[in-house]
Design a protein around this ligand. Structure first.
Ligand code: PLP
Length: 410
């Protein structure tokens, strides 16, 4: 008998490791009580009482949005003009130069990453991603028949620029074009943030490589607003102005973490290149893809972002509330990372952000080790090369002593 689904769709099954681990943690909490369980699975912010954080300074503003505005279609497939202006100001507002770009509203960062992969590469071509990375990069690539290859992320505790260079050069030789994902700052799952010098080396290499063919850097900044340097980190975007004609940067921005608005599904693909013709083609293709897949982005989520970030009084309250959680995560990280170092628990280089990852060299052992941790009521997520601890969702009191407990099991 013929299958109903086409060849590409037949057999597709989404296995969500985070969701699976979170369900197990929830069951353990029901059985043993909340205090007995360390649930480090979810990449969303929880406070010290274990309550999901939804910023008052955001959701209070949402209450004030008129019901007609919430019900209406968005004003444009590219994204409401006011939303696009807000995204520009949020990312580039403190930069003293104009950043020539095109902005496409997308359903979260996921929409920006997915549509970029789709429109940059042909099926059969290869996207380059970090050796440790967000799982859905693989799902998205496969969805478009695109294969993946990794650059090794770390060497001697820093960004492995040599492997980055050789991986990109090899792919350029094979397909005459490069699309590379860089998830920075606050990398998921390791919590690494590249230094300005490491970025300079990346940009300089990309400029050289672009003499051989087009190079696109896809900068996934999902956690940008939880970096400890605050908005000054965004000066980084100025570097994209130095890219050659044959290079392009696409920033995947998301309001999910920025506003604690994960379910609202708003974000943007922000394209920067000197090449006017390619810039126009990128936005044309993006709008076309939007219309064919998600149509328009959530109208009230776009209004919400504009209202929170462009109305001064709202912005002040929001920044104050958010900063409290940036500090909280920093405190949590200090506890876990300091103890990990003290007890000799091997973690990937950590700087800041929602996650820390314990290194498991032998990938085949990872599942068994994770099960043993689960027997001790410690729930983590298996990622490439390790087990991810979402410090964004674990209160400080549960992080104290956790590194030793994990070390004992491993
Ligand atoms: N990129 C990374 C590394 C993430 O961890 C996430 C969310 O977990 C995203 C992008 C996109 O999230 P969203 O589609 O909710 O904006």
């Amino acid at each position: 008998m013929n299958a109903f689904l086409n060849k590409q769709a037949d057999g597709k099954v989404m296995v969500d490791k985070v969701f699976k681990a979170a369900v197990k943690a929830r069951e353990a909490k029901l059985q043993y009580g909340d205090d007995a369980v360390v649930d480090a699975t979810l990449g969303t912010l929880f406070d010290e009482e274990g309550t999901f954080v939804a910023f008052d300074s955001v959701w209070g503003v949402y209450e004030g949005i008129d019901k007609i505005q919430k019900a209406k279609y968005a004003a444009s497939i590219q994204g409401n003009p006011r939303f696009r202006e807000a995204v520009y100001n949020w990312l580039f507002g403190e930069i003293d130069e104009e950043i020539k770009c095109e902005i496409l509203a997308t359903p979260g960062g996921a929409g920006a990453i997915s549509s970029t992969i789709k429109n940059i590469l042909n099926p059969g071509e290869t996207v380059i991603k970090p050796s440790q990375g967000w799982g859905p990069y693989k799902t998205m690539a496969k969805e478009y028949g695109v294969t993946l290859t990794d650059y090794n992320l770390f060497k001697d505790g820093c960004f492995d620029i040599e492997d980055f260079k050789s991986t990109l050069s090899n792919v350029m030789k094979l397909q005459g074009k490069v699309l590379v994902i860089i998830n920075d700052p606050c990398h998921n799952p390791t919590g690494y943030t590249m230094s300005s010098d490491e970025w300079d080396q990346v940009i300089s290499f990309v400029n050289n490589l672009s003499k051989e063919g087009p190079v696109v850097i896809l900068n996934d900044i999902a956690y940008v607003d939880f970096n400890t340097a605050g908005s000054s980190w965004k000066q980084h975007f100025k570097k994209y102005k130095t890219l050659n004609e044959n290079a392009m940067a696409i920033i995947a921005f998301s309001t999910s973490k920025t506003l604690t608005a994960y379910g609202a599904r708003a974000g943007a693909a922000v394209c920067i290149t000197k090449n006017d013709n390619e810039l126009q083609k990128f936005i044309n293709a993006g709008i076309y893809s939007a219309r064919s897949i998600w149509s328009t982005v959530n109208n009230s989520a776009m209004e919400l972002f504009a209202d929170v970030t462009m109305i001064e009084e709202n912005k002040t309250l929001y920044l104050k509330e958010k900063q409290k959680y940036v500090e909280l995560i920093k405190d949590r990280a200090n506890i876990f990372v300091t103890e990990a170092n003290a007890v000799g628990l091997d973690i990937y280089p950590f700087r800041e952000g929602f996650f820390v990852t314990v290194k498991i060299q032998d990938d085949s052992e990872k599942e068994a080790l994770n099960l043993r941790l689960q027997e001790k009521n410690i729930f983590t997520v298996e990622v490439d090369g390790g087990l991810r601890i979402a410090i964004c969702s674990v209160p400080k009191r549960k992080l104290i002593g956790l590194a030793q407990r994990i070390k004992d099991v491993l």
